[in-house]
Design a protein around this ligand. Structure first.
Ligand SMILES: NC(=O)C1=CN([C@@H]2O[C@H](COP(=O)(O)OP(=O)(O)OC[C@H]3O[C@@H](n4cnc5c(N)ncnc54)[C@H](O)[C@@H]3O)[C@@H](O)[C@H]2O)[C@@H](O)CC1
Ligand SMILES: [K+]
Length: 512
């Protein structure tokens, strides 16, 4: 399923109307009827609704909703925003249809708000069809005042048509105010704002309603953003053959775990094993070897030159050059720490290892001084920054990164020819070809130290098992979120990283 920007949606609407001959009014009829049906699914019985319709096409959908609710026996109070002359042509058509059947659309006048206020307080359902993808800039007055009134006075179930009025479609920003909905019925496809904060928080539950855009047309021209759904990759997850041996599932190297941070590399290694890697070697500064050996029984431990304080140095183990082609994937970063000579150390790994490399945590911070080395790599590189690390890489603020999540990761991926996994609620997987996938799984339980280490280990694991990278990365991201969800037994607060690792098995099992 694709996620659309406002422009992509307009292009698709125009394409459908011009190339298939389906009139815009038919799409609007389908949209409004679909929303009315959804409302009746959620709110049973013949109820009372207030429908607020704007002058753009979002309002046109609202007039159709009102008509279908009346047909279903509902008591509907219909309000229109602005004059009839201001309405778009299709919207005026459906406004007129309402008038013709005796369903009068009263004009909102906020100098006399008493009647509307009383209805908002008493209605079972409030339908917000004021603004959709056509919103431009901050809310103009008095629209902002109306939205404020809806939020303050509505006691019923609030349904947003396409998106809550006031939310910016492409950024999810709420510059002044937005309708706080209980249900948002996205028309034809979800939009970016349904997955971006804070807009997504105003949506309540999100459902997508088909409006009759013919299938081959959907996605043509193809949007560059899609949801990371199992249908795309689940064929890669298959039960193991009875004749399997560990060599079939790859040998992963995980480098990190300086003094005080053994846990990070242990979590990454354990997660990799739980996700199915055949063999895992954990490389740590020599002084950390005994700790790791007891922490992760199932992994091999490789001691690297140590500065005497259980931290890395710029030196490599003597057998590095002999070994470095052996790894099918390398994860660098969990608990790595910072050290003298770190930049040339990381550069050497990036250039000498030709297998896929996953860079996380301090490996990203080291890289942020000079990322150009990424362009010289022979193998694939996957970066897993959280917004703070992405900010360091791009020399921007965390706020800038968060406000532009859907653009920044993909720009970086294109520029450096890497896969960027920008973590957060709805983690983004951005590819060098300019496409990006948005992850639907996850839970606030994962907002805790250790989650990132688990993700790095899982990504390394699916890569080392030979799944093509463009599938292995979204598989890892999806299952990491799902494992987090499954780990919540009592509260999101109390989930430990080790419990997330224990849930990797049940998460994979869902697809076998
Ligand atoms: N054929 C189509 O194009 C279809 C469009 N559909 C609906 O049409 C919507 C998009 O319609 P439009 O492009 O007409 O746009 P909208 O109806 O979303 O918004 C346009 C209206 O909002 C006002 N407006 C814009 N920014 C504002 C601001 N900051 N403060 C106050 N008022 C503001 C404009 O003056 C205009 O009246 C979609 O969200 C969807 O609901 C559906 O009916 C399906 C078919
Ligand atoms: K709306």
């Amino acid at each position: 399923m694709y996620l659309f920007t406002a422009q992509e949606m307009r292009d698709l609407d125009r394409y459908t109307i011009m190339h298939t001959g389906i009139p815009g009014t038919v799409l609007m009829e389908n949209a409004g009827r679909g929303v009315a049906h959804r409302i009746q699914e959620y709110v049973r019985g013949r109820k009372t609704a207030v429908v607020l319709a704007g002058s753009g096409n979002n309002g046109g959908d609202g007039f159709v909703v009102a008509r279908y609710l009346v047909n279903a026996g509902w008591n509907v109070f219909l309000w229109r925003w602005g004059s009839v002359e201001q309405m778009s042509e299709e919207t005026r058509t459906f406004y007129q249809v309402c008038e013709n059947i005796g369903l009068k659309g009263q004009k909102v006048d906020l100098s006399f708000p008493e009647e509307l206020t009383r209805q908002l307080e008493q209605a079972d359902v409030v339908v917000d069809a004021l603004l959709g993808t056509g919103i431009q800039g901050p809310l103009r007055q008095p629209m902002a005042e109306l939205i404020h009134l809806i939020n303050r006075k509505s006691n019923g179930f609030v349904v947003a048509v396409d998106l809550p009025s006031g939310v910016n479609t492409d950024t999810g920003a709420v510059e002044t105010d937005a309708v706080q909905a209980d249900l948002t019925v996205a028309l034809a496809a979800p939009k970016w704002c349904h997955y971006l904060y804070p807009g997504a928080d105003y949506c309540g539950e999100l459902v997508v309603e088909e409006i009759g855009i013919p299938k081959p047309t959907l996605g043509q021209p193809t949007p560059r953003t899609r949801l990371n759904l199992p249908a795309i990759w689940e064929s890669n997850l298959t039960p193991r053959s009875r004749w399997s041996h560990k060599g079939h599932f790859g040998h992963l190297l995980v480098v990190g775990g300086s003094r005080g941070m053994a846990g990070a590399v242990a979590l990454a290694g354990s997660a990799a094993l739980r996700a199915g890697a055949g063999l895992v070697t954990i490389a740590v500064p020599r002084g950390q070897e005994p700790i790791l050996a007891t922490k992760v029984t199932e992994a091999m431990v490789w001691g690297w030159p140590d500065n005497g304080l259980s931290c890395f140095t710029e030196e490599f183990p003597s057998d590095w050059s002999r070994q470095n082609r052996k790894w099918k994937t390398v994860v660098v970063g969990p608990g790595l720490g910072r050290f003298q000579g770190e930049q040339s150390w990381l550069k050497r790994i990036l250039l000498e290892v030709t297998a896929p490399i996953v860079l996380d945590a301090d490996a990203l911070n080291i890289l942020s001084h000079d990322s150009s080395v990424l362009k010289q790599r022979q193998g694939l590189t996957v970066l897993t920054p959280h917004p703070g690390e992405m900010a360091r890489l791009t020399k921007q603020t965390v706020q800038q990164v968060e406000a532009n999540r859907f653009r920044i990761a993909v720009e970086w991926a294109k520029t450096y020819g890497v896969i960027v996994v920008l973590k957060g609620t709805h983690t983004i997987i951005a590819y060098p070809d300019g496409t990006q996938w948005v992850n639907p799984t996850g839970t606030p339980a994962l907002a805790k130290g250790g989650s990132g280490d688990i993700l790095a280990g899982m990504l390394g694991s699916f890569l080392v098992q030979g799944i093509p990278p463009e599938q292995a990365v979204p598989i890892g991201v999806y299952l990491h979120g799902l494992a987090g969800e499954k780990a919540v037994s009592s509260t999101e607060q109390s989930v430990l990283a080790t419990e997330v690792i224990a849930s990797i098995g049940p998460a994979i099992h869902q697809f076998l």
